[in-house]
Design a binder for this molecule. Sequence first.
Ligand SMILES: CC(C)(COP(=O)(O)OP(=O)(O)OC[C@H]1O[C@@H](n2cnc3c(N)ncnc32)[C@H](O)[C@@H]1OP(=O)(O)O)[C@@H](O)C(=O)NCCC(=O)NCCSC(=O)C[C@H](O)C(=O)O
Ligand SMILES: [Mg+2]
Length: 289
Amino acid sequence: MSDFTPLRSVLYMPSSNERALEKAKSIACDGLILDLEDAVAPDAKSAAREAAAAAARSGEYGRRTLTIRINGSGTEWHEADLAAAAQAGPDAVVVPKVDSAAEVHRLVDALERHGAPDHTKLWAMIETPIAILDVLSIARASERLSCFVIGTNDLVKELYAEHVPGRAPILPSLHTALLAARAAGIAILDGVYNDVKDTDGFLAECRQGREMGFDGKTLIHPGQVEGANSAFAPSEQAVTDARGLIRAWEDGQGSGVVTYEGKMVENLHVESARRTLSIHDAITALDAQ
Ligand SMILES: CC(C)(COP(=O)(O)OP(=O)(O)OC[C@H]1O[C@@H](n2cnc3c(N)ncnc32)[C@H](O)[C@@H]1OP(=O)(O)O)[C@@H](O)C(=O)NCCC(=O)NCCSC(=O)C[C@H](O)C(=O)O
Ligand SMILES: [Mg+2]
């Protein structure tokens, strides 16, 4: 049994939207982010906080990784959100605009002070220039930090950049965050695609994110789930190749290098193939639930 948790498709939804919270119970996404930040108007924050905490306690979201995104430090809602989320015990508390290792330490202390269970991890949103410049120290700051979530809207805003196909203006930032996540051994999710009607643009961005190495994509609409699930899962061909490559390697035991389908195979390729199969097994097990 693989201990890999698929996070191909992680859907944001405003915690103030009762209908969306209900609908989410039947959406085939791998994870949910019950939002208290950008998607919730100031006068709805308090009711949204209660709704998100109740949803996290309900146990009604089945196999999905369930998280709550709280308002950032320095906002008037932060402390109450953090306390309520910690006590509700979701799979993770998502914190926007995390800018330093010191902030991670403070957040982890606060989660513990408010009685968060051990299974409640911290997910840090990386979405400011200072976070990108300090991203390795953030990634390594705590064992409770298990995932980076990239906030491409804030990043584009802070850089005075523009949203363009191919995302050239923010690629250096995305790569830097990916390097840090991999160096620290944590998961990393790509940012959202804002145009919910542009399927081709969305799928192209999913493919790009997968090729770069992201574990999955954050989403804003149920219509984006299927595309992300497919883009971030190993394809049938990739699974067939992984099995064939491992077989070729095992058949050639003793030699440091063999070939599969005419291509050189070394131990590092076998490790990648085993990782592909373990992701595939985890997705198959998840889909069977
Ligand atoms: C983007 C939307 C405002 C579009 O809403 P709407 O026009 O209502 O969509 P539809 O009519 O197509 O909806 C069809 C049904 O699906 C439900 N729905 C829609 N979105 C969601 C959702 N996210 N989760 C669950 N269910 C959803 C509708 O209720 C309809 O249901 P029914 O009536 O039963 O048919 C809307 O999709 C939306 O609000 N999306 C989430 C926006 C959000 O959470 N934004 C904040 C996170 S993004 C961000 O902040 C990233 C980061 O910080 C950064 O910097 O980049
Ligand atoms: Mg943001």
